[in-house]
Design a binder for this molecule. Sequence first.
Ligand SMILES: [Zn+2]
Length: 437
Amino acid sequence: LVFRPELSWEFLSSDEIDAKSIRAVRNHVRHVKEVSAFYRETLFDIFPEDIKSLADIARLPFTEKETLIDRAPSFRAVSEDLVVESMASCGATGKRIIFPLTAVDLERLEFNEALSFYSAGVSSSDRGQLFLHFDQCLSAGIAYYRGLTHLGVNSARTGMLSAEMHKQYFDLLQPTILIGAPSFFKKLAAELAPLGFDKNKSSIRKLFCFGENIRTRDMQLNDLGKALEAFYNAAVFSTYGSTEISSSFCECEARCGGHGHPELVYTEIVDEKGTPVPDGTVGELVATPLGVEGNPLVRYKTGDITFKIPGKCPCGRNSMRIGPIVGQLSQMVKMQGAFLYPSAVATILDGIDGIEDYLIILENDEAASDRISLHIITPPNNMEKISGRMRSELHVTLPLLISNAPTLRHLRGKTGRETKIIDIRKRGGQPGARSRG
Ligand SMILES: [Zn+2]
């Protein structure tokens, strides 16, 4: 993989990108039928040479998350001696699956993030500070770190420390870009303010935000995004990715949707029947990562709900762009006659001042109807405002409970302090918990 971002497929016309994507998916299908026991079996009646159009790709079978979890070993496409790193992903049931990565897969992750940061105007004159986990078999930290160093960015892995420590690091390192979860940046802001953080003297220019939305459906900054820009005096960029799809979608300098890199991933948005939807229509993100060696996938249904932004980006790239993640299919709740995504509730809570912490719990009763309860640590006089925002933006009335740190710790159990949504609905399987991001 030679890093020549100016030669990326992204700068070709959409027709040329489509033609290259069709050829790439055709070769990908040919390859996975050779190396993956799962695809040898499920694509037995698919002949790669018959893939001649986007419509032909849309007829290939999907790969579901549950299948990937249940049949993980049959997806593995390389022998053990080629695997250099094991990463993990967590399904809705909390069960972990291991992703074997080869040296090429690691380079590919690096290449992906380097393309993303490059498009966002990051260069070797920047200094980066990374606020995320580098352990627990997670991919994001390694991918961002390698992407930055690929561009020659002086990168510091400080992780999530106390505000005092971060203040010291800001003074010592003079970072120009920060990478982390937006809710973490907001929490840090509240702690930095009394320590004398001066945004006008700060070196920070850009915040790369993953795991939570910083934009609304109409692509404007939401409350959280606005609060971060105001506090840090820096531009916020949204980035989305996952271990499964070995790809990420990051906003460029124009900041109007996350670009997928067509040489690395073929992306579709489909409706509940699996039919591709028109640009701008909300549906499930389906990704076919290209060039993955360890655990290749075809038409993987991510469960993440978003939409494709139509037209060419002002930055000149024609690559597919996605909007914010509207919600997760597995967490969709039917209540008061409407469908609701708990992450939309989280986005509202993330944007309201005075909320120290919160937990959203999804339950169901014997009639199998869904319930959401919100456990919030906030002063009581904040509750009317929170309740009003839920009614005006989501058109539902949700039960709000004032909580405290020990209760949230107890409710989270082993799921970790970053968990915002716990799903204990019974649906024949185990209850699940997942943190966002
Ligand atoms: Zn762009």
